[in-house]
Design a protein around this ligand. Structure first.
Ligand code: UDP
Length: 252
């Protein structure tokens, strides 16, 4: 485990470590990573990740080996409560990118956006530049998680030398991709961001603020993209497993 936070700031959900930091502390830690020049892998964990981690031990290892594991998704807050803990904050990837962009613009640091459908990363980059004057976008590229493209993509990023790399290849591919390439990339902050470019670019609308505050973003997303229903069955499964963890204690 690379993480050096005191144990009281971490919790374990279904065998996966979550760093339970308030947003401001998480941002400060990310800014310190960005300034360090050394590569770091940040994961934004949601209940789907935890179910995927039960199915693939490789993914569980990647999550537990991350330098920072932030909590994303209302389900995680509920899971923590079942275990008698309280999440300090929920930090959705899309909000995090925006806040990091504000910091990067002020610090003259650059960002590379990788993934999503062709043109979406460019559109998300354009939105970030509009919102944060002075922000340097080192690159935006759809690419793909396929092994055939890996060397070419890594070459592009290495040449661009960004401080931040956001990867939107969906889970678990995006974090497996970062883990495989972290040391070749030498990017100080590498983070998988799921559908964040779709939201930032406006290609997919976000839920109204009241639904987000009520932890109902998933319901809004399901209403707009009903094909997600099968994937969302992971949510009740997650809650079932957390209740079992509460009753039986964590697995050895
Ligand atoms: N994506 C991609 N290549 C892939 C699979 C997914 O670029 O092979 C992108 C997809 O276009 C989307 C993002 O990954 O922008 C996240 O996908 P999804 O919404 O399924 O992930 P979630 O946010 O639910 O984890």
């Amino acid at each position: 485990m690379n993480n050096s936070l005191p144990p009281e700031l971490s919790l374990r959900l279904l065998g996966i470590r979550i760093d339970n930091l308030p947003r401001e502390r998480a941002l400060a830690r990310l800014a310190a990573f960005a300034a360090s020049g050394k590569p770091h892998h940040i994961v934004t964990v949601n209940p789907e990740f935890l179910i995927q981690a039960q199915e693939t031990s490789e993914f569980a290892g990647v999550l537990n080996g991350a330098d920072l594991a932030l909590a994303d998704g209302a389900g995680l807050a509920l899971g923590a409560r079942v275990l008698g803990r309280r999440l300090a904050d929920r930090v959705p990837g899309v909000d995090l990118i925006d806040q990091l962009a504000a910091h990067a613009a002020a610090a003259h640091q650059s960002m590379f956006l990788l993934g999503a459908a062709p043109g979406v990363a460019d559109a998300a980059a354009a939105v970030l530049i509009l919102r944060h004057s002075g922000l340097i976008i080192a690159g935006a590229w759809a690419g793909s998680p396929s092994a055939a493209e890996e060397n070419e993509i890594v070459g592009r990023i290495v040449a661009a030398r960004p401080h931040y790399l956001f990867v939107a290849f969906g889970s678990p591919q995006q974090d497996l991709w970062i883990h495989r390439n972290l040391h070749r990339l030498q990017v100080p902050v590498c983070m998988g961001v799921g559908g964040a470019f779709d939201f930032l670019s406006g290609r997919v609308p976000r839920a109204p603020r009241w639904m987000r505050s009520a932890g109902l973003e998933w319901a809004y997303r399901l209403g707009r993209e009903p094909w997600r229903w099968r994937r969302m069955l992971r949510l009740p499964r997650f809650l079932f497993l957390v209740v079992r963890q509460r009753i039986e204690g964590p697995a050895a």
